[in-house]
Design a binder for this molecule. Structure first.
Ligand SMILES: [Zn+2]
Ligand SMILES: [Zn+2]
Length: 216
């Protein structure tokens, strides 16, 4: 049972994820992930928005882990918590030092999972043996580009959050994201993602909305 360390691109922020087992891996094709990557790039993260994302050759690689964290006070002081819109539910954490997206979560995960963008931050674990389970939010992606992606393999797609469209894979995804956390881990000293920002003002900013929806 090994822990996973998430590090920002400049090395000043480190977050420990206690349970390093990947619950689910997705390639997210949604506009909001694209917008968050552009914001990260604008805050200084040179890895955040590569050509492959810009020209819709791929989406954002996302890993789901159990919501069990250890964060030093030093790192906590450097974190910025953001939502794209007041009505938005997803809270994303950026390292102010270099713009890296450290982690993120949506209330639909029921407090059980956090998400990590391994192409945006640095992670202490190889992912070569971790298969991608699904494409997420394929409805947002230019359909011609989506057809090109699909030619690479037989990865299922979730088109929206609507069960009538996604009767097969959406329930599997939700089951993984909402899976109970093992008692063994809960017994160890830890904090949760939601506790990290419970007393902090969340920045609401829809920066780069139009740019992120532009097709190149
Ligand atoms: Zn940094
Ligand atoms: Zn997304």
């Amino acid at each position: 049972m090994t822990h996973l360390t998430l590090t920002c691109q400049c090395g000043a922020c480190e977050i420990e994820v206690l349970d390093s087992s990947v619950r689910y891996r997705a390639e997210c094709l949604c506009f909001d992930c694209r917008q968050r990557a552009m914001i990260s790039s604008g805050m200084g993260n040179l890895k955040a928005f590569p050509e492959s994302l810009a020209n819709y050759s791929c989406g954002s690689d996302i890993l789901y882990f159990a919501n069990l964290l250890r964060v030093s006070e030093q790192t906590k002081a450097k974190l910025e918590f953001r939502k794209l819109r007041e009505s938005g539910s997803n809270v994303t954490t950026y390292a102010r030092c270099c713009g890296t997206i450290m982690l993120s979560a949506h209330p639909a995960y029921d407090g059980k999972s956090i998400t990590v963008f391994p192409d945006n931050c640095r992670i202490s674990q190889s992912l070569v043996d971790v298969p991608t389970n699904a494409y997420l939010f394929a409805l947002d992606f230019p359909q011609e580009k989506f057809r090109e992606l699909k030619m690479h393999g037989l990865i299922p797609a979730i088109f929206s959050g609507d069960e009538s469209l996604d009767a097969v894979e959406l329930p599997k995804f939700m089951a993984a994201a909402q899976a109970a956390i093992d008692e063994i881990w809960l017994a160890q000293p830890h904090t949760t993602y939601e506790a990290l920002y419970a007393d902090v003002q969340i920045v609401v900013s829809d920066d780069l909305f139009a740019d992120s929806r532009q097709q190149y």
